[in-house]
Design a protein around this ligand. Structure first.
Ligand code: GTP
Length: 570
């Protein structure tokens, strides 16, 4: 066989006999191998030849020197490498040792007088070793994926929870004290929305690097907990040091200059800290504390560090919110929401064929809960689209079932949250549900808040136009609360303008409120919209609205909200 046709084979031989080495070299060459071989005959030498040197196979004699035999060699090799094929090649040992060697991790045992079968065994074991290595590589890769965040390379939420659990347990068992930090970038959405998701991703990666610089001890950890949220664990750390580290992280993030296509951006970070002590209740509770503290840091104006305190008012509010986060999906599942209806009166004629659909929740004791209790939490935790879907589905079902009992011009206003109408999937859902209900569009109006519509003007216009083309009407809610929106108003193709109740309420005593209502009314009419005044609480307000020429009134003087079903029974 020509030299270049030989297969390379790196052999580490553990053998005291030079003759046996020559024999092996000859035999392997005869079997088609180009052999690079190193022979050692002591544990010390063996250790120096194990990694970082790479071998394909280890072939060991059994009786090497009195104080070092084949079994010792096997154990030493396995200390370094679990997968390399190890052969015991000996003329002296019996079956018992052979079995023990195989049990201890040898791949084969070959008698010297039967060494002709060695090349075949090497071939087989090389193949199997490669398979073992590939399996280990893929297991390691899976393990990496399971424990790391793919974008930043930091630990992921799952690994963070595991490590937090270990520190929690350690605090309990050994009365140690550790630190948990929960961090959330400030106004990250703004960067995402203005420069794009790819820029947002790049910033997250770079901020992750900045944070990694602060986590240096082996038991410390930094993780990306999701979105723009990060967690840090500092083992055996006092609060004084934690405050210093947290402020250094905050400062480093704030000082960081993010360069995206030659534009420079800066970002802040809000940090909540909680102390892991022997008295902590659970990892989950600690995380909720740190999250609450982070929320409190945001509430204090962002780019702040806040330490969790159990009597922290902001935190308690947040906890309160967290209750709703569980209660809302449960209410959706168990149909514990109820539809209410508040009539809107045409001021000129007194007709009441228009009204707003409102939402109430029934708690476990059948007490009625008003939306201002749960809507802020639903908005913050992305539950509004689900709530909106429930309202739409149930309102349309009810209207379809009772339309024959209603006034021919009856109109229902359904509220839509900003999160919903900006979601393309939601528009598809809405169109499908409206098609399926097949209700004459003149009966349905959708209410959007001024701030949501102006905040995402072009998406809002697209959404409104799609539905208006089909005949559905639109109402702009809370108009006036933003006041910056007058210049956008002409771009929004809506049918009704609801004048913010805070001006309407004051209309009797406050001349400025009265002139704001008058101006909004005039502008709306000039744009071909009709006006609805909210919070019309008494006849005096109603009379002034009538003088000003406002078209509709909604409020206690007209009617309090009532169950939707009262519309046909009452
Ligand atoms: N680029 C990028 N954005 C993400 C990723 N995951 C979540 N987001 C976005 O991150 C933003 C998180 O925003 P929030 O934390 O809710 O709000 P914020 O703008 O940071 O405002 P505050 O937290 O109140 O200061 C949202 O716009 C998400 O869509 C991601 O993997 N990459």
């Amino acid at each position: 066989m020509a030299e270049h046709e030989l297969k390379p084979l790196r052999v580490l031989m553990i053998e005291d006999s030079v003759d046996d080495e020559l024999l092996l070299r000859r035999q392997l060459k005869g079997a088609g191998y180009h052999v690079s071989l190193e022979r050692v005959c002591s544990e010390e030498a063996l250790r120096t030849f194990m990694p970082p040197v790479c071998w394909d196979v280890v072939i060991s004699d059994y009786k090497i020197v009195p104080q070092f035999d084949g079994m010792d060699a096997l154990h030493t090799v396995r200390e370094f490498d679990q997968t390399i094929p190890f052969f015991l090649l000996s003329g002296t040992v019996g079956e018992e040792i052979a079995v023990e060697a195989m049990r201890s991790g040898a791949n084969d045992y070959i008698m010297k007088d039967k060494s002709a079968r060695l090349p075949q065994a090497i071939e087989r074991e090389l193949r199997q070793a490669e398979e073992r290595r590939a399996r280990i590589r893929s297991e390691q890769q899976m393990d990496y994926f399971a424990r790391h965040d793919m974008l930043t390379g930091l630990w992921n939420r799952r690994e963070f929870d595991t490590r937090l659990e270990c520190l929690f347990q350690d605090a309990k068992d050994n009365r140690h004290q550790h630190i948990l930090m929960y961090m959330d970038l400030d106004q990250f959405k703004l960067l995402n929305d203005t420069v794009g998701h790819t820029a947002g991703d790049a910033l997250l990666v770079q901020i992750a690097e900045v944070m990694s610089g602060f986590v240096i001890k082996p038991d410390d950890a930094v993780a990306r907990l999701g979105g723009d949220e990060f967690g840090v664990l500092l083992a055996n750390c006092e609060m004084d040091r934690a405050l210093i580290v947290a402020d250094e992280i905050r400062e480093a993030v704030q000082q960081y200059r993010f360069d995206w296509r030659s534009q420079i951006f800066t970002i802040g970070i809000s940090i909540g800290i909680s102390l892991i002590t022997p008295y902590s209740k659970s990892g989950g509770e600690l995380l909720a504390e740190a999250d609450s503290a982070c929320f409190a840091a945001k509430a204090k104006g962002r780019n702040q560090v806040h330490v969790y305190k159990s009597d922290d008012l902001d935190t308690i509010e947040k906890k309160h919110e967290m209750r709703w986060v569980l209660a809302i999906p449960e209410a959706l599942r168990s149909d514990s929401f109820q539809l209410y209806y508040q009539p809107i009166q045409m001021i000129g004629t007194g007709a009441r064929h228009h009204g707003e659909v409102l939402l109430r929740m029934l708690d476990q004791n059948n007490r009625l809960i008003f939306p201002d209790a749960f809507i802020p939490a639903a908005e913050r935790y992305d539950l509004m689209p689900a709530v909106d879907r429930w309202v739409i589905t149930n309102t349309l079902q009810w209207v379809k079932a009772h339309l024959h009992q209603l006034h021919p011009e009856q109109e229902f206003s359904i509220n839509l949250s900003g999160k919903s109408f900006l979601d393309v999937k939601f528009l598809h859902f809405l169109l499908d549900t409206l098609d399926a209900a097949a209700i004459d569009p003149k009966h349905i109006c959708f209410e959007l808040t001024e701030s949501a519509a102006v905040g995402e003007l072009s998406d809002a216009i697209k959404f409104i136009s799609t539905l208006r083309d089909k005949g559905y009407r639109f109402s702009l809610d809370d108009f006036g609360s933003g006041m910056c929106s007058l210049k956008y108003l002409r771009k929004l193709p809506v049918d009704y303008l609801k004048i913010d109740g805070c001006f309407v309420k004051e209309i009797v005593d406050d001349a400025i409120s009265r002139s704001i209502v008058a101006s909004v009314n005039t502008i709306a009419h000039a744009m071909g919209m009709q006006t609805i005044a909210e919070y019309v609480e008494n006849d005096e307000i109603l009379a002034i609205l009538s003088d000003l020429g406002v078209d509709y009134a909604q409020g206690y003087v007209v009617s309090k909200p009532m169950p939707l079903s009262n519309l046909i029974s009452g």
